[in-house]
Design a protein around this ligand. Structure first.
Ligand code: NDP
Length: 491
């Protein structure tokens, strides 16, 4: 039986793509290997069409007030929530992530984001008076939309990533052309439909389907003002280099190798919960994961005992079964990468506390499952401690003093996130103040309320999503100086 042809959403229309000679790209369910659909990747003609539609749509959209734009976003949030289960199933089938995750996280997070930025609309102050000493001269600034923005997404949280980029961009009066990962393109298409149903003018949010070449073509387009990428560090470097040719504004949400510091006074059960959430949720395929867990040497053995006991109980299975807690990895390539890292960890002398093996029992035959894996006795120079794995693999290290923990936690090119577990909040705040990371958690991990800015430092990228900070990344400041007295001129 043939599977559906997925259609781009360009200028308010669902279209197959101009390049009829292009090789069709299949979308595959990572749990079963079943094909979910195919699409013709967007080429230069499709990108031109999306840019033309965006330019036309944006003229209408930018002329509306933030409050009017906000209403469209909050209406879309309601429509998304009403389709929660349908969208969750799409993201589960595209990503392989358990339905128990996608029904409570993905659609909710996307809708919360649309609600948050929609709600900001009425109170969004895009203009500011600037007092000047001269009595006859005044000045103000206005925050103006950048224009047409490109959004490019990773495969792990497809709907959330699309909404986190679209909501602030649209609130500020921009248009967005979004390219989801070729592996997980379907929920972004529905986001476009929902925004259209909510009243967004045609062309203001288009979705072009394709692989890296389509993303690269967006970045090359001279009429696109900004690109916001969620992806890996190598892709971030390539995007930034390409964006230099047309001097686009760039935001990069990239990978990480984040530390979690567990002090000896921490509630150990909470710390184990944080380490599990920060390593095994979504089979470890989360950018902000705390994959280097520094545990005070005096509590490391009880920490490992509790961790082993709880990690071994995680239920792998069919992602569509509500009881399943661990799904497959996204692809054969990711599976090979993760299992290679596990072999390297063993080879470099790390102690396998649990996992390390491939799961084949009780899981769909087409899926590639890796058991939640904990390595102890890790050292800072081991490959598994230095490189992002993007799978369910945790490295546990020990430390003796807080200064040492901070120095070693910061000894990485990444800087996305960090966590501290301690009963002493002053101590935890002190540690966090010295950690080089864009988002830090104290006594919790991987929670990302939309009100709070999210993003990295160092090679984890720059720019911020969520919170009011996102507005800065989708606007530029225009300064206006006004003279009311007769103008003196030397000529
Ligand atoms: P990739 O970097 O492989 O891809 C990200 C996106 O960029 C995809 O849509 C991809 O297309 C596209 N792309 C690839 N090459 C180019 C190019 N030259 N120009 C323009 N676009 C391009 O990342 P993954 O999808 O594999 O996602 C995993 C990575 O994302 C991890 O490193 C993870 O840490 C990071 N990530 C970061 C997050 C954050 O918020 N900081 C959140 C989630 C993930 P396609 O894949 O379709 O070929």
């Amino acid at each position: 039986m043939s599977t559906p042809t997925l259609l781009h959403r360009i200028g308010g229309k669902a279209v197959p793509g101009e390049d009829t000679a292009a090789t069709l790209i299949p979308v595959v369910n990572p749990a079963t290997g079943a094909e979910l659909g195919t699409f013709r990747p967007a080429g230069p003609a499709d990108i031109d069409a999306a840019v033309e539609a965006a330019a036309a749509g944006r003229r209408l959209w930018a002329a509306t007030t933030p409050a009017e734009r906000g209403k469209v976003l909050t209406t879309a949030a309601g429509l998304l929530r009403a389709r929660n289960d349908e969208l969750a199933l799409i993201d589960t089938r595209d990503t392989g992530r358990p339905i128990q995750e996608t029904t409570v996280v993905d659609v909710t997070s996307a809708a919360d984001c649309l609600d948050y930025f929609g709600g900001l609309g009425a109170s969004l102050e895009l203009a500011e008076d600037v007092p000047l000493p001269d009595g006859t001269m005044s000045a103000y600034t206005r925050r103006e939309p950048l224009g047409i923005c490109a959004g490019i997404g990773a495969w792990n949280y497809p709907l959330q990533i699309a909404a986190w980029k679209a909501a602030p961009a649209l609130l500020c009066g921009n248009a967005m052309i979004f390219k989801p990962s070729e592996l997980t393109p379907r929920s972004a298409l529905l986001l476009a439909d929902v925004l259209a149903e909510a009243g967004l003018p045609d062309g203001v949010f288009s979705v072009v389907l394709g692989a890296g070449a389509t993303g690269a073509a967006l970045i090359d387009h001279p009429d696109i003002a900004k690109v916001s990428l969620t992806g890996s560090v190598p892709t971030g470097s390539a995007v930034m280099a390409a964006a230099a040719a047309t001097l686009k504004v760039v935001s990069l949400e990239l990978g990480g190798k984040s530390p979690i510091i567990v002090c000896e006074d921490a509630d150990l059960d909470d710390a184990v919960s944080g380490a599990i959430l920060g390593n095994f949720y979504s089979s470890g395929q989360i950018c902000s994961n705390g994959t280097r867990v520094f545990v005070h040497e005096s509590v490391v053995e009880p920490f490992l005992d509790r961790l082993r006991e709880r990690a071994s109980r995680i239920v792998a299975g069919d992602p569509e079964d509500p009881a399943t807690e661990l799904g497959p990895l996204i692809s054969q390539a990711q599976f090979a990468k993760v299992t290679d890292y596990i072999a390297t960890g063993v080879g470099e002398g790390a102690r396998l506390v649990c996992g390390g093996d491939v799961i084949t029992d009780g899981v769909p035959a087409g899926g590639r499952y890796v058991a939640p894996t904990v390595f102890a006795d890790c050292t800072d120079d081991m490959t598994i401690v230095r490189e992002e794995i993007f799978g369910p693999v945790m490295s546990v290290l020990t430390f003796a003093a807080d200064d040492e923990a901070v120095t070693r936690a910061n000894a990485t090119p990444f800087g996305l996130s960090a966590g501290v577990f301690s009963a002493d909040l002053d101590r935890a705040r002190g540690l966090v103040a010295r950690l080089e990371a864009g988002t830090c958690w104290i006594n919790t991990y991987n929670v990302t309320p939309v009100e709070v800015p999210f993003g990295g430092v160092k090679r984890s990228g720059f720019g911020r999503e969520n919170g009011r900070a996102a507005i800065d990344h989708y606007t530029y400041v225009k300064s206006v100086i006004v003279e009311t007295a007769p103008l003196e001129s030397p000529y």
